[in-house]
Structures are given as C-alpha cells and as structure tokens.
Design a binder for this molecule. Structure first.
Ligand code: EZ4
Ligand code: CO
Length: 402
C-alpha cells in the first residue's frame, strides 16, 4: 500500500488544530495530530514544505522505517516542531494500518490491559469555595481522579483558573497576556487548598495538582514535604525539567509523587529522570513526543523503573490525539492516568470520533485504526485564528516560567 497524498489541515473550531491527512493507493486514509499550541504554523510548514513531499510513494506499512527516516534523515534531531511533525505522520500511519487490518489500534499494540482508561478532569476556582464546588461537580460526574487549581489571594492571576464560567483556556488572541506570580504567596496558600479538599471530600478521589514549572527545586521540595498528609496522586511539573538532575533535590526531601514531561519531545528529555527514579509519572504525549512509535519506547523504558504513564491531554491537543492516546492507554502495561480536559463542541463536530466517556473512565471504541476522522468541509468553516500562550512575571517584573 503506497502513500499517494499528504495534506495539512489547519482549522480553528473553538481553538487551533493542525491535522495531517495521509491517503493511500488502496483508498484508505489516516490522520494525525500535529498541534503545537501557539506555534501551530511552524509545524504545518515543517510538514507541508519538508515532510509531505517525502511521503509520496512510500510504503504506508513501513511505520518504523518512516519514523527513523524522518528522525535521522532530518539530521537536526528532536525539538517540539520536528517531533510533532513526525508524530503526526506516525499517528496517521498507525491509523491506516489499523484500517487495513480492520482492527482498533489497541489490538494492534497488543490488546487491552484494562477495561477502561481512568482520566482526570480539571476543577478550578477563583477561590477555595469555588474550587471545592467544581471538585464536587466532578465527583458527581463520576471522576475518580481530579486536578485542582485555585486563585491565590493577592495575586492578580494564576495558572489553570478559568476566566468566566467557561472552560479554562490559556491561549489569548492578539497580544501575549502577562500574568503575575509570587512563589511565596503560592507556597503559603496551596497547602490550605489541599487541606480543604481532604476535609470536605475525604481520600476517596485521587487528588492532582499542576505547579506548572513555577518553583525552584528546593521550593518544590518544601511544597512536596508540606503537603504529604493530603496524599496527592501527583504534583506536576514542580520545577522546569531541562536540568534533570535538579529533581534529585526534590526527591531527597519528599514522598509526594512527581509527574513531569508534558513539554518533552523525546526519550532523551526524560532518560535521567526515569533511570534515577526521580519521577513517578511521565507525561509525554503522542503528539509532542514522536507519536505511537516513540511514546511506546518511552513507556517501555519507564516500565523498567516502575514509572507509569500520565499522558498530557489538554484541549489544545486535538480529538485525534485524544483518540490515539486512549488506544495507547488501554494497552500500555504501566498506565497511570490520562488527562482529559474536554473540547469545544465545534471541535467534537469537526473530528467525528469513536471514543467515549463514562463516569471518569474513557474507552477508545472498536472502530478500526484510532477511530477519529476529520470533516474537512466543516473544518474549512473555521479558519486559523492566531493565539499566544501567556507569560508570567514576578511582582518586580522579572520574566518567570509560565
Ligand atoms: O498549560 O497544554 O497539565 N496541563 C497543562 C496544560 C498546558 C497547555 C499549554 O498549551 O499544563 O494546560
Ligand atoms: Co501541566
């Protein structure tokens, strides 16, 4: 089966998504997600201008060889743009293989390791009472794992809190939003949030929290230690992870589990973190970390060290990534949890999908391939709408980690 066409579709049904569609001479097509929030057109161009022409005439079934060809053949290895582009090709080819075999992707990977995929939702509030209300709603909906984020008193803005009553969306149109940050205020406040959750709801739900790279290693160590009585499922991205050895400092001081890696794009970003058992969950995703072929490699390596998966699943990864991720999650033996933020209604219409949600558990469905398609006519109605992720500044104006 030969590849005869490869097209990039950029669409904004509620938010921007980049999709690669690969067609074969046997009439089977597959799609892959290539969305890199705030830098979408760089990946679209990488695919359109540099990768699509190379795909024409290739055997659609040689997935591993195509991955190696695009990775090694670029000479310039790794990086989010390159790896998201390779991921989209990889996802589309696995989709084609599944359709050709008339099998859902999870069966091709080795079959289901569990009945369903535990996902965590986001409970966010401007203050503790509001955050607790959202937490209660998630319990009502059946969620077994819930992330909580909350406004910090006397801080102008904070990560992860929805602006109105709608969905949380960090990217803004036009200018880059400048947020303010104080590690001192946050560190004083956030243990009270977890205390309130455990006091009100007990320990029956998994409690998660995203620090979003804001602390230094020693501050993260202090946070982890101070919240041990609330038994977090994980504390996510406590400090930026370019320096993997920095996590030793956190690990020496606390047993609060650590999840890292939503911005990672290759196994090399987490090699030391995993090998030295400095983390408990690896958050690398299909779209940003080289697709199924590469995430499989990361997960298998992580399994040797009892590190489990916790794939990133924000609304800025498309429903295509969500579908493929659920197949991956259903199979991967060392599964931990999957993030699920939900999608704008228009996005769910543009991407017809086989996956389903039921009381905090998801299933990829039984459709051949990854089970997600794109309605190109509908997609064309939502033209690209540039948006940027925010930045964070300390109260004296110093640019910080967002
Ligand atoms: O801020 O995907 O855990 N989830 C997150 C996300 C990220 C966005 C950035 O595009 O940290 O909400
Ligand atoms: Co995060």
């Amino acid at each position: 089966m030969k590849i005869i066409r490869a097209d990039v579709i950029v669409t904004c049904p509620g938010r921007n998504f980049v999709t690669l569609k690969i067609e074969t001479d046997e009439g089977i097509h597959g799609i892959g997600d290539a969305t890199l929030n705030g830098r979408e057109l760089a990946v679209a161009s990488y695919l359109k201008d540099h990768v699509c022409p190379l795909l024409i005439g290739r055997d659609a079934g040689r997935i591993e060889d195509t991955w190696q060809f695009l990775y090694k053949g670029a000479y310039w290895r790794r990086g989010p743009v390159t790896m998201s582009a390779i991921a989209a090709v990889d996802m589309a080819l696995w989709d084609i293989l599944g359709k050709a075999a008339n099998m859902p992707l999870y069966k091709l990977l080795g079959g289901a390791s569990r009945e369903g995929v535990m996902v965590y939702g986001h409970a966010t509030g401007r203050d503790i009472p509001e955050a607790l209300d959202r937490y209660a709603e998630h319990i009502e909906e059946g969620y077994k794992a819930i992330r909580i984020q909350c406004g910090v008193p006397n801080m102008r803005s904070v990560y992860g809190v929805a602006k109105g009553n709608g969905m949380y969306e960090p990217a803004t149109k036009g200018a880059v939003e400048e947020q303010s940050w104080s590690s001192e205020k946050y560190l004083d406040f956030v243990p009270k949030l977890f205390e309130a959750v455990r006091e009100k709801f007990g320990f029956d739900t998994h409690l998660l929290h995203d620090v979003h790279h804001r602390l230094t290693p020693i501050e993260a160590a202090r946070l982890g230690k101070s919240v041990e009585p609330y038994r977090l499922f994980w504390m996510e991205d406590p400090t930026p992870a370019e320096n993997q050895a920095g996590f030793r400092l956190i690990r020496e001081h606390t047993v609060t589990p650590i999840a890292v890696g939503e911005v990672f794009n290759s196994i090399w970003d987490c090699k030391q973190l995993i090998e030295e058992q400095l983390i408990d969950y690896i958050r690398a995703t299909l779209t940003h970390a080289g697709g199924i072929t590469h995430l499989k490699r990361i997960a298998d390596f992580a399994a040797l060290y009892q590190v489990r998966t916790g794939c990133h699943g924000p609304s800025d990864l498309s429903p295509v990534c969500m579908g493929a991720a659920l197949h991956f999650d259903l199979w991967v033996p060392n599964f931990g949890v999957q993030e699920y933020m939900g999608f704008p209604k228009e996005a769910l219409e543009v991407f017809p999908h086989a996956w389903s949600f039921d009381r905090g558990m998801m299933h990829p469905g039984e459709a051949p391939g990854h089970g997600v398609d794109i309605d190109e006519k509908l997609a064309a109605k939502y033209p690209y709408d540039p948006a940027y992720l925010p930045v964070a500044r300390l109260e004296d104006g110093t640019l910080w980690n967002w």
